[in-house]
Ligand binder design. Structure first.
Ligand code: SF4
Ligand code: SF4
Length: 512
């Protein structure tokens, strides 16, 4: 039997304005109180036509709203009918809607339009950060054994992708492709990086330019800065704030890494100020030795830059370290709320804040003039089916390859979820097997997603669910109709509270 779910929500904002949101039409609509009232009746299963037929006076007294002339009520009833006849306020057959699946052809097309290839250059690191994603808190990664990614493997993968990039499936001509180096500490394997830079430069990409980038702990930046500058690497240096804030960043002998990191940063800034200004950014981890205010204050005042701040990864945590993990963990919103300077920080960091990102995504998804890519333009989601969960189409964000040659959709998914592998015999990337793997997960998740109201706005990745390999996975993000409406209400309240956010998003964010 079809599983129907309400495709629209009524909500009020903090300023007591009434709205409806129709998830099929992707429309947020401010409502006159009468239309809102009619919709409430309809939501309760009362036919508004019967309600109107029962009036025996003019004007009509409506509980909690006041007196209204009949012709005004008729007007809003006609408005309701017009919208309803045009597909608004419909239920959604979630069983049918969530029948969207990944196909091998879609994966091939995505590979031809890949915009980032990230190499885990080495699993070696010259630091021992306590919270490292490959460190003591986690158990969902391949053992770190001092391994480097062989240059030959990287070349093989690039050759494989080149066939896709230069094929007619590539619809992203002129779009930049990022070639990214990740670790461990990538600069420990500078030989690999130099060879790949040379290889990519002569690869023969027909339609796309490319850019190099890197995430580094900074310790070897001074040593290799001439090379980084020559090839205009965009670099992201990990720095958690001032000396005390960097307390979890320690060298192999246990001494603080902060003075060494700073020495490298200062050397780069002094010798190549223009490059530093244009190409260097900072990435910080939030934990119990720092705060948003600390991180923002240090990096902004010292370098005039806005850091990207993220919490600790809370998936794949070792069972025996959970207490310690959560004692170390801090979440973004509470850290920001605790600051006296939160207003100024919010204003300055703007789109780097998670809640502003949420607003930007909402705006992106609910205006009808922006498209993620050509597929989105040609086959709008609202007219088709949805893929369960919020998992990205494999390789739509990037192709990530580990030192073991495992190919993953990104660096945050556990290594056990690898989708293919680069081996001495070649690249094993079986699009049919990958689509089967995803679709099996989606079939399992469908049981949960068909009773969840967040299906149209879900951001939950299957690879971030610790129970995804169980027969009946659990998703803690599942929400009811009422909570969904509250969630949309909170988003619209934010726009109402600060209309400047809307203007800034339109002016400053590239919804390409
Ligand atoms: S976390 Fe999941 S949804 Fe996000 S990029 Fe990785 S694979 Fe895609
Ligand atoms: S929040 Fe969980 S249950 Fe709801 S749609 Fe997303 S993955 Fe499915």
């Amino acid at each position: 039997m079809a599983k129907m779910i309400k495709g629209w929500s009524l909500f009020d904002t903090d300023r007591n304005n009434r709205y409806f949101y129709d998830k099929v039409k992707q429309r947020v609509q401010l409502c006159h109180p009468l239309l809102h009232f009619i919709l409430k009746l309809y939501d309760k299963g009362i036919d508004p036509a019967n309600w109107i037929a029962g009036f025996d006076s003019d004007p009509v007294e409506i509980d909690g709203l006041g007196r209204f002339p009949r012709d005004q009520i008729d007007y809003y009833y006609r408005k309701f009918r017009l919208l309803h006849e045009n597909g608004y306020f419909a239920d959604i057959d979630l069983e049918k809607r969530l029948s969207g699946r990944i196909t091998p052809q879609l994966i091939e097309q995505t590979l031809a339009n890949v915009t980032q290839v990230t190499f885990e250059v080495t699993d070696r690191c010259n630091l021992r950060c306590k919270y490292c994603g490959y460190g003591e808190f986690y158990d969902d990664y391949d053992k770190r054994e001092g391994r480097d990614l062989p240059v030959e493997s990287a070349r093989r993968l690039l050759d494989h992708l080149l066939e896709y990039w230069n094929s007619p499936l590539n619809q992203s001509h002129q779009r930049n492709i990022f070639i990214s180096f990740y670790g461990g500490e990538p600069l420990l394997n500078i030989g690999f990086i130099k060879e790949i830079v040379d290889y990519v430069t002569n690869l023969g990409l027909k339609y796309n330019p490319f850019t190099f980038n890197m995430t580094t702990n900074g310790l070897l930046v001074k040593k290799h800065m001439a090379f980084l500058v020559e090839h205009q690497f965009k670099i992201l240096i990990s720095l958690d704030g001032n000396e005390a804030n960097n307390g979890y960043r320690i060298t192999q002998d246990g001494s603080p890494a902060f003075p060494l990191i700073m020495e490298n940063i200062e050397a780069l800034r002094e010798k190549y100020p223009d490059y530093f200004e244009q190409y260097v950014n900072f990435n910080s981890v939030l934990h119990n030795k720092n705060s948003i205010e600390d991180i923002y204050g240090f990096i902004k005042s010292r370098y005039g830059k806005l850091p990207t701040i993220g919490p600790l990864n809370n998936t794949g945590i070792r069972k025996d370290r959970e207490d310690e993990f959560w004692a170390t963990y801090r979440d973004f919103d509470s850290s920001l709320r605790a600051s006296d300077k939160s207003s100024a920080i919010k204003k300055d960091m703007f789109v780097k804040l998670p809640n502003v990102t949420e607003l930007a995504i909402f705006l992106f998804e609910n205006n009808h003039f922006t498209f993620e890519d050509y597929n989105d333009f040609l086959f709008p989601k609202s007219e088709g089916t949805w893929i369960p969960t919020g998992t990205c189409i494999p390789f739509s964000k990037k192709v990530y390859v580990t030192t073991h040659g495992k190919i993953l959709p990104c660096e945050t998914s556990g290594h056990q979820f690898f989708l293919g592998q680069v081996t001495p015999a070649g690249v094993k990337l079986d699009c049919k097997a990958i689509s089967d793997k995803y679709n099996n997960y989606f079939d399992k998740m469908k049981k949960l997603c068909t009773v969840c109201h967040k299906t149209d706005r879900c951001k939950q990745c299957i690879f971030q669910l610790d129970t995804i390999d169980d027969e009946n996975p659990i998703c803690t993000g599942i929400i009811s109709s009422g909570n969904y409406a509250k969630n949309i209400g909170a988003i619209v309240s934010n726009f109402e509270k600060d209309p400047e956010i809307y203007n800034r998003l339109l002016k400053e964010v590239n919804f390409e």
